[in-house]
Design a binder for this molecule. Sequence first.
Ligand code: UTP
Length: 414
Amino acid sequence: MNEKYDASMEKVKKYGQEHLLKFYDKLSKDEKEKLLDDILTIDLQQINKLYEQTKVEKNFTSSKIEPIPYIDKTKMSKEELEKYEKIGEHEIRKGKYAVVTMAGGQGTRLGHNGPKGTFDIGLDSHKSIFEILCDNLKMAKEKYNVTIPWYIMTSDENNKETEEFFKKNRYFNYPKEAVTFFKQGQLPMVDEQGKILLNEHGQIKQAADGHGGIFVSMRKNGIIYDMQTRGIEWVFIGGVDNVLAKMADPIFIGVAIDEKVQAVGKSIVKVSPKEKVGVFCKRNGKPSVIEYTEITDEMAEARDRNGELLYGESHALCNLFNIKAIDMFSKDFLPYHSAHKKASYINEDGNIVKPEKPNAYKFEAFLFDAFESLDNMAILRVKREEEFAPVKNSEGADSPETARELYNNYWKNK
Ligand code: UTP
């Protein structure tokens, strides 16, 4: 064989992943190259460690959880709103503001055949989610006379299709030069014995490394540098799947500047104490998000003297960061969490297996784990009916149907 093959064989043997080379001889020249390159670049020691962690029971009791103060946009006076708006508008007009849309997820629950942003939620206009989001930027362009740079994070799995969709739709008439795509990182998936899976092409089966992979991938892809060169100070980072996301909200920026913080997160009041969402809190004195799996019933039900839930501010994945905070987050990987998923793979006999139940682990970082490296951040409570219409499931709650209704109700009064 060759040196590269020998080095790869040595590496897979060292980490107990020899099966990765089992079908090597059956691959084309290019496929062989790709497989060896992947084996040599992937940190197999890290993957083995992540697998070991899946067997350890999580222990949350060691952290000190407290409620976090929030600013309630829904109760602001006209004067307050104007004050924040003026501060934020000034920054937007000066070209100091950019938007990142995270669109690297798999959208498995929605089950749409294609990137989630290309999905038509059934509006009369049949606009895709990407176009709905882009409308925000087009309105801001008119209002503030500035073209806000739009960065779109994709993954290996959906980058090509996403870029093609934008081309086909002529960037929804937004200036093409203002739109930049970048790919997030990925990590191999492992089976329940810790063996890395091979996909149907005999290659390592990899999956996007979670929305928390954003900061490192912004650095790797030169996005932070690009923003710094353009003089960007404030960056809105949001998911692709909220069709009421306000992508150019001057009040958000105004709050950050007025509060002298490097990050602000939008919160939506929980529908009920038991709603399965992560909520903002303080963890060991630092801003954080506590997941519904971590919170006790007693905490979930606890209220302050005004009758508000103490842990009721759900994290809407709509956050604003100063570029300095992003630069700091990007220097280190966030911790990875494991998710038990269904994943097709090639078995020892070379046959494709399409499992009926979860058979593999996927490793993902969560964006909100970055909050804990800040001393402080502001939380801005906003109205669900004005700012939150997620498209997660194919039907029922948070589905195209509910998002469409929220969207139509909001815009019919505008
Ligand atoms: P979700 O956690 O809801 O995941 O992502 P998802 O991929 O959209 O859907 P499911 O869980 O497979 O059904 C919230 C946001 O974070 C982005 C998604 O694109 C979505 O905008 N995301 C998630 C990424 O950009 N990369 C990831 O690796 C994961």
